[in-house]
Design a protein around this ligand. Structure first.
Ligand SMILES: Cc1cc2nc3c(=O)[nH]c(=O)nc-3n(C[C@H](O)[C@H](O)[C@H](O)COP(=O)(O)O)c2cc1C
Length: 317
């Protein structure tokens, strides 16, 4: 079984990926949070340039993800990525955010299947890198997926990663596994599953229903339990000392990158990591109150030394 880290904007950037790999061993693959391709003729700038810097991704199998509905910009960005040494480019057809959807990007692109097919035929023909897609199954209704999957099946995709929710689900409700099963049955290319795999029982249930499962992308489950992939492979449970080390290294990496703003990044991580503890409410209160760097460091140290871990740490959405 192949395990990869889901792209999560604002969280699973290069610092998170490197610290996670150093503390828990590298996953089989990592996807960057979505990046906007530059204008044709321009280089990646700002955050994207840092995110893609080969030195920041050394030793890891990283697949850059693009968010766009502009074929020329996608192909141009794929050329830049090929020159940097990347071997695959991923298209985001899942982002449910209102502003992204309104511009016909992310899951918003699924609203116009004809335009989506023209875009994908064009970029698959012109991209210098193999193209994979991470998709939701529609906007409002799973009945939309048959037509969308039909489009994918006519394309030479490197892989299709299915997060079987519709845009209107956001991150709520049970993933619609039947759509994943339909993908496995029809797709002529490799398929990956993503959504709510947060413990061994979740993976066992998925594999019992769909034994052909070969690649599972892990997201919020790893934010709560950074040892999740090890546990899914039959290894040991998360230890408090491991979580403390992971926290300290992640905070250190963020401080080196963005100084005092590291506290805001860490609070975002804590909104998932708190579920690793037996009393997630107490952890939430302790960390949320911290305003200054010194307050944050004292609160985090108190939580990590005094709050016991849950018996089976699991993200609770
Ligand atoms: C804070 C946050 C940021 C996300 N950013 C991205 C992103 O940049 N690109 C993407 O394809 N999906 C993004 N996602 C969706 C995740 O990759 C994943 O599909 C989703 O969380 C379901 O998987 P999980 O249940 O394993 O977390 C994001 C999700 C969250 C919670």
């Amino acid at each position: 079984m192949l395990f990869s880290l889901a792209p999560m904007e604002g969280i699973t950037g290069h610092a998170f990926r490197q610290v996670h790999a150093a503390c828990f061993g590298a996953l089989d693959r990592y996807y960057t949070p979505f990046l906007t391709p530059p204008q044709v003729g321009s280089a990646f700038g700002g955050r994207a340039r840092k995110e893609l810097d080969p030195a920041a991704n050394r030793g890891l199998d990283v697949v850059p993800q693009l968010l766009t509905n502009d074929a020329d910009r996608f192909v141009w960005a794929a050329r830049l990525l090929a020159d940097m040494g990347y071997a695959e480019v991923n298209l985001n057809l899942g982002c449910p955010s209102g502003t992204v959807v309104a511009k016909g990007r992310g899951s918003g692109f699924l609203r116009d299947p004809d335009a989506l097919e023209a875009f994908l035929q064009d970029v698959c023909a012109r991209s210098p890198l193999p193209v994979s897609v991470k998709t939701r199954i529609g906007i409002a209704d799973d009945a939309e997926y048959g037509r969308i999957l039909g489009i994918y099946c006519r394309l030479p995709l490197k892989e299709l990663i299915v997060h079987p929710r519709v845009q209107k689900d956001r991150y709520q409700g049970k993933p619609r596994w039947e759509a994943y099963g339909e993908t496995l049955a029809r797709a002529p290319f490799p398929v990956a599953y993503n959504g709510d795999i947060c413990c061994r029982a979740d993976l066992d249930a998925l594999c019992a229903a769909y034994p052909q499962t070969r690649h599972v992308m892990l997201g919020r489950g790893i934010l709560t339990n950074p040892a999740l992939a090890r546990e899914l492979r039959g290894g040991g449970a998360l230890a408090a000392s491991e979580l403390a080390r992971f926290h300290d290294e992640l905070y250190g990496a963020y401080k080196a990158e963005i100084g005092g703003n590291a506290v805001f990044r860490m609070k975002e991580w804590w909104s998932y990591a708190k579920f690793a503890f037996a009393d997630s409410t107490a952890v939430h209160r302790a960390v949320r109150k911290a305003r200054t760097t010194a307050e944050y460091e004292a609160a985090a140290a108190r939580v990590l030394s005094a709050q016991p871990l849950a018996s089976s740490p699991r993200f609770e959405g």
